[in-house]
Design a protein around this ligand. Structure first.
Ligand code: ADP
Ligand code: MG
Length: 696
């Protein structure tokens, strides 16, 4: 249970003064459901309102805080005319200008003959001094409260900046009293010169100038370390429990594996062989396996997973493979089914798409053990699928599943071994923050016969050339992926762009253009994919839904529009869709003509290397972890206060700290710090890790 000391910050925002149900909901959607989420919502810039000149001296274009007397109200004549409130001070006159101004409201906040302090941007317009929509209007007595350096927060539509600021100040007023006891080692706090938690939280919101926004301030470092330690402790706790949990020794006789390999028909790469050895020796141990298999798209993870699964089946148990999307689940099925058929075992598929009787029957075959291999999506644990005898869970997560879902799946059988596969190579530092000290195998070598992919940058203006080049490829029987721009925040716009592009291409290449997007239903998507892979469609226009999965050996060209809008990891994933056959492949990155330096640098990285691990490190260096792991890119639970690029040094300290803590006090209950460290875990909502403590 959450400690009582945290109740005040785990209330809903509606408890804050001036926040009703409507704003509470908006705040929850923007930052999260609790008051503590407001504390983690950091300002991204500041507005300095300390400049308070006379009206005459107020500079054009500057943010000014002025003390004026209200002379008269002039409602706009007609709808296009703004509402004007004429004011003056001893030095001159100024108009406050309101478009669509509501007279009754303005009369109330700016009564004629009263003195008011107003703050906003001053403009000199046709010889007149004016301020459009002042950000603040207060009485002279409250003037000092706005003559400050004001933090500016990321907002959401409909939520006024003022309201959010008030909510955050309200949250700061509700910090636990008495202050939370220090959970860090006093020596560390002293050495780094860190403020207390409460002081730090106050400092990051009540900033003195823009420099205080840097991730390197003592306050930011302290909060980042809080979050990193909570993260490393939680991972270490889960891992400690998983390792301690009794596992099964799974040692098959190799018969199924051997048959499947000869049906596969290719020799394994050295990297694959090594990974399989590592996995099999983990499985043979009587402890539970918890291993990460990292490998670029196309590095051949599926066959590695299948070898592990067949090892489990050889011992008489079942194995399950869970994929993040329907398409990917079907793709794994396509690889695995023929090989399973060759060795004479049954594979069952369970996804959200199957309904009613079909689904019941499938579940029955999993429960009674007819199905030895099961492939599915998260539908697998959503409605309590039972296994007859599950021994291995493989999770192809591509960052889309969290620790909890992994745990949920591994609890479907006693001592289930866990293999987590990821195709997005992530930098080592980030592997540590997301998986802790997990055992890991890396497939850093591609199956033989792959030709390198040529990557070329094109400004969008040269679209006609690109289209012509695509035409030449089509005449050689090759196929083309065409990915349309990512539009932040608007799936509808994204779809429109893709539809428009498909129509244009259809004019040039009639009957050969297909379209696939996120709004389509599963069977529709599959039908288009199948038509592209095997049928008459030669160009597949797509929104980013093809990011994962889909194997089309004849596809040799990948066109990506507005490549500068994508993350490097995502571009890398997309590019991995081609170059799977034996022909030369091309990736055309179409970009905005006016590229900024950093965008250009990122696209050059794509042009210069195909190594996913190199790309991941560069991406981290060029953009920082927030971006690399932005929700849209990866689905990883983002850090709230940590910026890995800036705080990487703290990560190693946190990891060692967490290890030391648990070595001495594995249950977090026998040291003077243990209670405070539990509070820290609750503060960062690592409750799940604490539950494992108790259950353990
Ligand atoms: P990943 O899941 O890592 O993206 P896949 O397992 O889907 O990669 O493999 C990509 C393609 O490479 C598949 O068509 C697969 O059959 C093929 N492949 C895998 N391993 C080998 C190998 N050792 N030799 C030849 N082809 C292979
Ligand atoms: Mg695969």
């Amino acid at each position: 249970m959450r400690p009582q000391s945290l109740y005040s910050v785990f209330a809903e925002p509606i408890k804050l003064p001036g926040i009703g149900p409507r704003f509470s909901k908006m705040i929850a959607d923007l930052v999260g459901p609790h008051i503590v989420d407001l504390l983690w919502h950091l300002p991204t810039s500041v507005i300095d309102r300390r400049y308070s000149p006379s009206v005459k001296n107020a500079q054009n274009g500057q943010i000014c805080t002025l003390t004026v007397t209200v002379d008269s109200h002039q409602p706009g004549a007609g709808r296009r005319q703004p509402y004007r409130v004429k004011c003056h001070d001893a030095s001159g006159e100024i108009d406050l200008v309101f478009f669509h101004g509501r007279g009754d409201y303005l009369a109330q906040i700016l009564p004629v003959a009263s003195q008011r302090v107003v703050s906003g941007r001053v403009e000199h317009y046709h010889g007149q001094t004016q301020m459009a929509h002042p950000d603040h209007v207060v009485s002279p007595a409250d003037g000092d409260s706005i003559r400050i350096v004001e933090p500016v927060y990321p907002l959401t539509t409909g939520l006024p900046a003022k309201t959010l600021r008030r909510a955050i100040q309200g949250a700061l007023a509700r910090l636990p009293a008495p202050p939370l006891a220090e959970w860090h080692m006093p020596a560390l706090v002293a050495r780094e010169g860190w403020p207390s938690w409460a002081e730090a939280v106050n400092a990051v919101h009540n900033v003195g100038d823009a420099g205080d926004l840097a991730p390197t301030t003592a306050a930011r470092q302290r909060l980042a370390y809080d979050e990193l330690l909570a993260n490393q402790l939680a991972l270490a706790l889960i891992r400690q429990r998983q390792k301690r949990g009794k596992g099964r020794s799974l040692c098959g006789d190799g018969s199924l594996r051997q048959q499947a390999l000869s049906a596969f028909g290719f020799p394994l790469t050295d990297a694959q062989r090594l990974a399989i050895d590592e996995i099999l020796s983990d499985m043979a141990e009587p402890m539970r396996m918890l291993r990460l298999l990292q490998g670029d798209v196309g590095s051949g993870k599926t066959i590695v997973a299948l070898m592990a699964m067949l090892n489990a089946v050889e011992t008489g148990a079942q194995a399950v493979l869970m994929a993040p999307t329907e398409i990917l689940a079907r793709q794994h099925l396509a690889t695995i089914q023929p090989l399973a058929a060759a060795v004479g075992i049954d594979v069952e598929v369970l996804t959200g798409r199957d309904k009613g009787k079909t689904r019941e029957a499938a579940r029955g075959r999993v429960a009674d053990g007819t199905a030895r291999l099961v492939i599915g999506t998260h539908a697998l644990f959503q409605d309590g699928v039972e296994f007859e005898n599950l021994a291995l869970a493989v999770i192809d997560e591509q960052h889309r599943f969290g620790v909890h879902q992994r745990m949920a799946l591994s609890q479907k059988g006693p001592g289930v071994d866990l293999l987590v596969m990821t195709a997005t190579p992530i930098p080592r530092s980030l592997t540590m923050t997301y998986y802790g000290d997990l055992d890991s195998s890396r497939l850093n070598q591609k199956p033989p016969g792959r030709k390198p992919i040529k990557t070329v940058l094109f400004p969008l203006e040269r679209l006609a050339e690109v289209s012509a080049a695509v035409g030449r490829k089509l005449t050689q029987g090759e196929k083309v992926f065409w990915v349309c721009p990512l539009v932040e925040e608007s799936e509808t716009l994204e779809l429109t762009a893709a539809e428009d592009r498909a129509k244009q291409l259809e004019v040039a290449f009639p009957g050969r253009v297909g379209l696939i997007h996120g709004r389509m239903k599963g069977p529709q998507k599959d039908a288009v994919m199948a038509e592209f892979r095997d049928g008459s469609l030669d160009i597949l226009v797509a929104t980013t839904v093809i990011e994962v999965g889909v194997d089309v050996p004849a596809a040799t060209v990948m066109v990506i529009e507005h490549a500068e809008r994508f993350g490097l990891a995502q571009l890398h994933q997309l590019r991995g869709r081609i170059g799977r056959g034996d022909k030369e492949s091309y990736c055309l990155l179409l970009h905005n003509g006016q590229l900024g330096d950093s965008s250009r640098a990122r696209l050059k990285v794509m042009r210069d290397t195909e190594d996913g691990f190199v790309i991941a490190e560069e991406d981290l260096r060029l953009r920082g972890s927030g971006e690399v792991l932005g929700a849209r890119q990866s689905g990883l639970p983002a850090f709230r206060l940590v910026d890995i690029a800036a705080h990487e040094a703290l990560l190693a300290i946190a990891r060692d700290d967490a290890r030391l803590i648990l070595d001495k006090d594995p249950e977090l209950k026998n040291s003077p710090r243990s209670g405070d460290l539990r509070t820290l875990l609750y503060l960062f909502e690592r409750d799940a890790a604490i539950r494992h403590l108790r259950a353990g």
